[in-house]
Design a protein around this ligand. Structure first.
Ligand SMILES: Cc1cn([C@H]2C[C@H](O)[C@@H](COP(=O)(O)OP(=O)(O)OP(=O)(O)O)O2)c(=O)[nH]c1=O
Length: 191
C-alpha cells in the first residue's frame, strides 16, 4: 500500500505532516475546475474533490487523498482568482461580511471512495483601499480560493471564524484522519 497525496498544494502537504504522514508520492490532479451552470458551492466542492481523486493514477491497494477548498459568498462560488483585478473584486465583495469556506475531501482505495466536507464560517473586515492594495501587492492571493490566505497576512483581516482553521487552509485534520482510518490507513500505529 502506498499513500498518494493527490494535491499540488504545499499547505496540504504540511497539514498532513501534522498527522505524521509523509506521502509516498505527490501526484497533483489536472481537472477542469470550471463550475457548471447554476452549480452551488457545496456540491461544486464535493464534485471537484471526487473528480480529483478519480483522476490520480494509483494501484488497487494505494490510498489516494484529494481535497477542494471553495469560498462561498451566499450562492456564489469564489475560486482561485485569475488575476489581481479579480482578486480585488473578490476581496471587496468579502469585506464587511461573513462567508463560508468549504473543504471537501475524497479518499480513494481501489474502486472505493470515501468523502466528507468541512464547513467554516469566516468574518472578514471591510478593507480600506490602502489595505487592499498592500495585500494585492504582496501576492499571497495567488492560487488561493477567495483570493486570500488566512494563514498569511490576511489573518489581519479576519477577526472571527467558526469551524476548522486547518479546513480553511485546505485540509481539515479531524475529517482527514477519520477518512484515512476508514480506508484502512494505519494512522495511530505505535512508533
Ligand atoms: C481560503 C483559503 C484558501 N487557501 C488555499 C487552499 C487551496 O490550496 C486553495 C484552493 O484551491 P484548491 O483547488 O482547493 O487546491 P489547489 O489548486 O491549491 O491544489 P490541488 O487541486 O492540487 O489540491 O486555496 C489557503 O491556503 N488559505 C485560505 O485561507
Amino acid at each position: 500500500m502506498r499513500f498518494i497525496l493527490g494535491s499540488g498544494s504545499p499547505r496540504r502537504k504540511e497539514l498532513l505532516a501534522q498527522l505524521g504522514i509523509v506521502p509516498d508520492a505527490i501526484l497533483p490532479p489536472d481537472i477542469d475546475e470550471d463550475p457548471r451552470k447554476g452549480e452551488l458551492p457545496r456540491p461544486y466542492a464535493a464534485r471537484l474533490a471526487r473528480e480529483k481523486a478519480l483522476a490520480v493514477p494509483a494501484g488497487p491497494d494505494d490510498i489516494v487523498l484529494c481535497a477542494d477548498t471553495t469560498v462561498a459568498l451566499g450562492r456564489r462560488i469564489l475560486g482561485k482568482p485569475a488575476d489581481a483585478g479579480e482578486a480585488a473584486r473578490f476581496l471587496t465583495a468579502l469585506g464587511g461580511r461573513r462567508h463560508q469556506v468549504i473543504t471537501a475531501l475524497a479518499v480513494r482505495r481501489g474502486d472505493r471512495l470515501w468523502t466528507r466536507e468541512s464547513l467554516s464560517d469566516v468574518k472578514m473586515k471591510r478593507l480600506s483601499d490602502h489595505e487592499l492594495n498592500a495585500y494585492l501587492a504582496g501576492g499571497e492571493w495567488q492560487g488561493k480560493a477567495g483570493a486570500y490566505a488566512i494563514q498569511g497576512a490576511a489573518g489581519a483581516f479576519i477577526p472571527w471564524i467558526s469551524g476548522s482553521f486547518a479546513g480553511i487552509v485546505g485540509l481539515p485534520l479531524a475529517e482527514t484522519a477519520a477518512l484515512l482510518q476508514a480506508a484502512g490507513y494505519p494512522l495511530w500505529r505505535s512508533p
